[in-house]
Design a protein around this ligand. Structure first.
Ligand SMILES: [Zn+2]
Length: 300
């Protein structure tokens, strides 16, 4: 889209400069060099603007709320059907390689364990896994204890629980590897450890699918999240959208995301995005007669 605008700007400028030169009855060949330079300089300004835009428009745009008080403020219906998470630029939250409890159902507690427990000692430094912004710094006596939630530029949110001390404040920007807290044994914890969660719009992802603690590495450069793997099917009827009908599309290496607005239909969206309804449907596991809801996120 930006490239076609760029092309139009360039063509327009070429036409403008050519006609102004011919009006002056100048030798077009002699004026070719300055024209070229002029077009090139406009190109680089427009390109720089394009690059700046991409710097600020990142995957975290899939979120439309910023809540400093709750670890889990999201409605499951906002979760995209699939989403590619860029894991490059990671730093392991702790150098500890010892996983003491895995993600999954715990029969003894009759509940899901939605994170990974890693052995750390009280006072061990815990760092942010990626660049991002601290969303929550709170205390949860019956659960996380002292915990920190960071929203990352790659769309992921990470939670660090049972800390003995929090070293950041809400709304603080952090870099990957920046200390955010110290290991501890607070909240629902029996023995010092780090409880580490990785979530996308609230959907818990097994951290071991992303991070290999024994190897101190990520599992790959990218991880593709599929909603179907993580949540029961979400009803497509019921719930009316809230009054905030924000719509946005976020650019993401190869894929873009569109947030459904009130009144949108698959047909109107496909026209707006310039793609066919069948492509839109196949990208999002939809049928032509599927109901779409405001704030739902579609990939295209
Ligand atoms: Zn845990």
């Amino acid at each position: 889209m930006y490239l076609s605008v760029l092309k139009k700007v360039t063509i327009g400028l070429l036409m403008f400069t050519a006609s102004s030169f011919s009006c002056l009855a100048q030798d077009l060949i002699a004026s070719q060099a300055p024209t070229d330079r002029r077009v090139r300089s406009v190109d680089s300004v427009a390109l720089q603007r394009l690059l700046d835009m991409q710097t600020y428009e990142h995957e975290a745009d899939i979120y439309d709320s910023w809540d400093n008080t709750k670890a889990h403020p999201y409605a499951s219906e906002l979760i995209p059907d699939s989403f590619r998470i860029d894991l490059r630029g990671f730093v392991m939250p702790t150098p500890s390689t010892k996983v003491t409890s895995r993600y999954g159902y715990r029969p003894s507690f009759r509940r899901m364990h939605k994170g990974l427990d890693i052995k750390v000692f009280v006072g061990d430094t815990i760092v942010s896994a990626f660049d991002g912004k601290v969303r929550v710094v709170r205390y949860d006596a019956g659960g996380y204890g002292y915990y920190v939630v960071v929203r990352h530029n790659n769309g992921l949110e990470t939670i660090y629980g049972h800390l003995s001390k929090q070293l950041v404040v809400a709304n603080q920007e952090v870099k990957a590897g920046e200390p955010i807290g110290l290991g501890g044994n607070t909240g629902r914890s029996f023995g010092a450890h780090l409880h580490f969660e990785t979530r996308l719009l609230g959907a818990a992802i097994n951290p071991e699918l992303l991070f290999d603690f024994p190897a101190q590495d990520v599992t790959g450069n990218y991880f593709t999240f599929y909603k179907a793997d993580y949540l029961p099917t979400v009803s497509t009827s019921g719930r009316k959208g809230s009054s905030r009908m924000a719509s946005s599309s976020a650019r993401k290496g190869g894929s873009r995301y569109y947030k459904v607005r009130k009144g949108d239909t698959l047909s109107s969206i496909s026209k707006k995005l310039g793609i066919s309804i069948s492509t839109l449907c196949s990208n999002n596991n939809l049928k032509r007669n599927s109901t779409i809801r405001p704030k739902q996120i579609l990939r295209y």
